[in-house]
Design a protein around this ligand. Structure first.
Ligand SMILES: NC(=O)C[C@H](N)C(=O)O
Length: 325
């Protein structure tokens, strides 16, 4: 999770406008407490609130290509960034951030690079050479993104609606798997898997393939330089995730630095059945530590905070909750 805000083509380039954009970006501070950054170029602003996951020491954003003509602000994790860097051999990387690869891929391949990314992301990229910009959101919309239009013709993008709603004349939820290009002035789908148009899936059911894909999906998400935990509900999905993590934790960078105890978290009431399931799960997870919050009042306070955080995003709650990432 990080927070991004980009405002492109504002008519007012005064210091007051810049301060306003910084103030709006602060509305996303809860998404990234580790760093706040802004880059402005003429009438364009790219701001970032960072939750540092990969390269916490030098990966602050916005990020750039070598001569800083391409600027990006990204919320996301690019799981195949090492592989992509290897393809971009002549390029010089300034940071160890997984997201810097986006600026160099754009330099190398233009707007068509987005389907090379394996990850969850939403980003805005500004090419200062011709003042064009693109914005994109991952295949299924794990990372949130909203797009708005100001009365002065400016185009806005933000991780949360609360940074757009007071300053834009209208705004939309940016569709998952799409790319906006200022050159064409429209949205187009970049994610076009072969099965997309099938109404009934034609691939035969293959449980081993499902297991293998599930394990791979969990393992690639262990790409972090900071300690992490697993949130347990007591149900099947989170238990399966925890069991795959516990089996592969020892191989990770994090375990080498922080030890290979798996931290798990659970929030809820002490319902005997759930406690029984959690206890059973913990006996199967080697070296795990459980943090259980069961105080009703604290849980309610957290819900209150969550509603305030998601303010104006709750019209379709089930759709919006995963978008907190
Ligand atoms: N967390 C993010 O969304 C950005 C980037 N992956 C970082 O670790 O800084």
């Amino acid at each position: 999770m990080c927070g991004i805000l980009a405002v492109l083509g504002v008519s007012d380039v005064s210091l007051a406008k810049r301060s306003r954009i910084i103030e709006l970006s602060r509305r996303l501070r809860h998404r990234g407490p580790d760093w706040s950054g802004i880059h402005s170029f003429e009438d364009c602003y790219l701001a970032h609130q960072r939750l540092a996951i990969v390269d916490p020491t030098s990966g602050d954003q916005p990020l750039y290509n070598e001569d800083k003509t391409v600027v990006v602000t990204v919320n996301g994790e690019i799981y195949n960034h090492e592989e992509l860097k290897a393809k971009l051999k002549p390029h010089k990387f300034q940071t160890g951030s997984d997201c810097e690869v986006i600026a160099h891929l754009y330099e190398e391949y233009g707007e068509e690079f987005v389907d090379m990314l394996d990850g969850m992301f939403s980003f805005v990229l500004l090419d200062t050479r011709d003042k064009s910009f693109i914005a994109a959101r991952d295949a299924i919309g794990i990372c949130p993104l909203y797009m708005g239009w100001g009365l002065d013709g400016s185009v806005w993008f933000s991780s949360e609606m609360k940074a757009l709603s007071d300053d834009c004349e209208r705004f939309i939820s940016f569709p998952p798997g799409h790319l906006y290009s200022s050159k064409t002035g429209g949205l187009r789908r970049w994610y076009n898997p072969p099965w997309f148009s099938e109404s009934i899936p034609s691939a035969p059911y293959d449980p081993l393939l499902i297991r293998e894909s599930f394990e791979k999906a969990v393992i690639k998400r262990l790409m972090t330089d900071v300690p992490f935990g697993v949130l347990l509900s007591g149900g099947l999905d989170s238990s399966l995730v925890a069991s795959v993590v516990s089996r592969h934790l020892a191989e990770t960078k994090v375990a080498r630095q922080w030890g290979n105890k798996l931290h798990t978290f659970c929030i809820g009431l002490k319902v005997p059945l759930i406690l029984k399931l959690l206890r059973k799960l913990l006996t199967t997870l080697a070296q795990s530590i459980m943090n259980y919050t069961s105080q009703c009042r604290r849980a309610l306070m957290l819900w209150k905070k969550l509603f305030i955080t998601l303010r104006r995003m709750m019209s379709r709650p089930l759709e919006q909750v995963p978008q907190c990432f």
